[in-house]
Design a protein around this ligand. Structure first.
Ligand SMILES: CC(C)(COP(=O)(O)OP(=O)(O)OC[C@H]1O[C@@H](n2cnc3c(N)ncnc32)[C@H](O)[C@@H]1OP(=O)(O)O)[C@@H](O)C(=O)NCCC(=O)NCCS
Length: 186
């Protein structure tokens, strides 16, 4: 059994976070976007200044997935006012789960997701939500198999390109600390 670890990212890990963020975003979306849009997005969203601010935000947490101390993926989760939309106190947002392509289907994605679920249950929120690009079929399937259902759409800007994200949510039963059975509809 491969021994993946999940560990909290601290402000001291800024360089490593920037590196894995840029590599995984590029790996995922470079094939579907112009180099100009991609570079603009990478420079704006993963600048040291922006990531440093996010690492110090008490309403955002990052976690690395590691294998033998090599960082192979990460999770970014937002609470309260730091959610990119909704800003509902009774919800948490999974803004990003990104794993290196070489590790797709090998469990770190699922472990990062389980960390997000554990945090959401601890916080006793009503639901977890996220936005995922409408053509990102692998990720949509991943979230569906974990019980998420689509509930809306929103605009996502990659560089100068307007794209559509599907918003998905998973209801939680914080009385029993479990996922609600009505999530299995999709
Ligand atoms: C999203 C992500 C974390 C999921 O981790 P993963 O290890 O790839 O997930 P899994 O392999 O467990 O699940 C993916 C599922 O999609 C299926 N799948 C793969 N390609 C697919 C496609 N083109 N269409 C539909 N389903 C597809 C796989 O068969 C698998 O389903 P199964 O377990 O029922 O066979 C990972 O793919 C990733 O990091 N992607 C890039 C970043 C990203 O898109 N993040 C999501 C936005 S935040």
């Amino acid at each position: 059994m491969t021994n993946f670890q999940i560990k909290r990212v601290t402000p001291n890990d800024l360089d490593e976070l920037q590196t894995i963020s840029r590599i995984t975003f590029h790996e995922t979306f470079a094939g579907d976007n112009s180099p100009e849009d991609m570079n603009k997005y990478l420079d704006e969203e993963f600048s040291a200044g922006k990531l440093n601010k996010e690492l110090k935000d008490r309403n955002t947490q990052f976690y690395f997935a590691t294998l033998k101390n090599k960082i192979i993926g990460y999770l970014k989760i937002n609470f309260g006012p730091s959610q990119t939309e909704l800003q509902n106190e009774n919800a948490v947002e999974i803004e990003r789960i990104y794993v290196l392509k070489a590790y797709y289907g090998k469990n770190p994605g699922q472990l990062l997701y389980q960390k997000a679920l554990e945090i959401a249950l601890q916080k006793k929120v009503d639901f977890i939500w996220l936005g995922v690009w409408e053509h990102n079929l692998r990720a949509i399937h991943f979230y569906k198999k974990n019980g998420f259902v689509a509930f809306d759409k929103h605009l996502f800007k990659l560089g100068d390109d307007d794209q559509t994200d599907i918003m998905m949510k998973l209801s939680l039963d914080h009385k029993t600390g479990s996922v609600n059975s009505d999530n299995s509809r999709s």
